[in-house]
Design a protein around this ligand. Sequence first.
Ligand code: GLC
Length: 555
Amino acid sequence: MRLTYTSDVWYKNAVVYCLDVETFKDGNGDGVGDFHGLTQQIDYLAGLGVTCLWLMPFFPTPNRDDGYDITDFYSIDPRLGTLGDFVEFMRTAHDRGLRVIADLVVNHTSDQHPWFKEARKSKDSPMRDWYVWSDTPEPDDPSQVVFPDKESSFWEYDEGSGQYYLHSFYRHQPDLNVGNPEVRDEIARILGFWMELGLSGFRVDAVPFLIENVNPKLADPHEFLQDLRAFMTRRKGGSILLGEVNLPYKDLTGYFGDGLGDQITMCFDFVGMQKAWLAMARQDARPLAAALRERPKPPKDCQWAMFLRNHDELTLDKLSEEERQEVFQAFGPHESMQIFGRGLRRRLPTMLGGDLRRIKMAYSLLFSLPGTPVIFYGEEIGLGENLDEEGRMAVRIPMQWSGDGGFTQGEAAPVREVPEGAFAPDRVNVADQKRDTNSLLRWFQLLIERYRECPELAWGDSTVLDTGHHAVLAHRCDVDRATVVVAHNLCDTALDVEVTLAGLERCQLTDLLVDDTLEVADDGTARLPLGPHGCRWLRASPPEVPPEDASVKAQ
Ligand code: GLC
């Protein structure tokens, strides 16, 4: 059967918006964002045009890793509200047509989780085997440690019970042992619980860590991912796993489920993301073009998730040392901006020097690259960072709703401080940008609207085109005889490039972002004039067909 409707595989051209309830909107004046506040902003999110919200962890937590250290998977952090508030939020989101997914952090728990407290009581504890223990710290490579500022090993000695436990991240985050079938069942129960409350899927934290280093080793670690996905599909068709799998392409395809596509539904394109930053640093599109050409096509019904920034550092771990230094030089030269020796704790607009043209080009690129765009709250208004906040928290600052901040109405100090200066709330906020047709917020709305109108971008076969100029990335996306051609100028001088568009001879190219039309010549060539950091999204249509009718329609 050939039939697939875009809405059956909704995630393939979704627009995913990641937010932390804690920093989005405070509804009760205690300085901490909450579900009540978030619910009040649902119309803002629906108006922006995003189609799926990804909530960062909202579970009870001692908060030593911003909620990625969980003490109860079946409840809500009381600072953020109650289960009742959560359900009200879900109801409102669904009413506005928004799907919701949540972070699934089951590689580890907090060391304060009752399971770990029980497990560490003694070697004979009935829950001992829920975690990974060893009599000796297994040899490990300190250079592989994820948080080298705080840790130098994956193993921590537990005085009380006289063994070492595994922690892939901080020592207060002991790894769960998915080698134990009871743990695997419990994880399925957690998924089932939140799906019953309306979630459409999960962003799976640290996937490779989750399935490796378990005891006993799983005969096929990927079978566990298959089982999880199958379980979810049985419960609710169309539910997804969005995986944090930061691996080179060749090692990553197995996480989709080679050929079958029966494991992680969407994987973040960490390699493409890092090459995009290298390309922007060099004002040379070739590193990104090469990554796109090399990137494997995901199995049917799977998809790449595209992003430029997220809640973590901008990791540059897949670049060579030299390339990383180039990006550091261009976008984060001061040591205070760098972290873990591999990344930058900055948001995009500050890195691009607040240059609105360049920022708009970067997001146009993000939305037009083949895949599903994922944005981090505040990107739509050009939120900056606050380097005074600790480590990765620099980018997890309160959302700026109005000139006076607008995150909280209470007297209590907000959970984190907003930046001062050029990125302070009086300079960067939602209310002002709503009234300004030239604002970044309006640009996001346009990009999202066009992206949704052009399923070709997400669905189509994409081809990187030769442009004859290193600074320009051009690609075309084709599906069912409909074509969108996209071009981005990564440098700050105007350029006129020529591309050859096989099969589109004599077509019209209608610009979808500004009022303009270009022609494809008889020999299939087209000239694309691009301003400094200019971008174009062009719909191809034969002369006798109105451009609107040449597009693939969502069904
Ligand atoms: C993931 C998250 C990160 C968190 C870590 C440990 O990498 O993105 O924020 O600290 O997992 O859970």
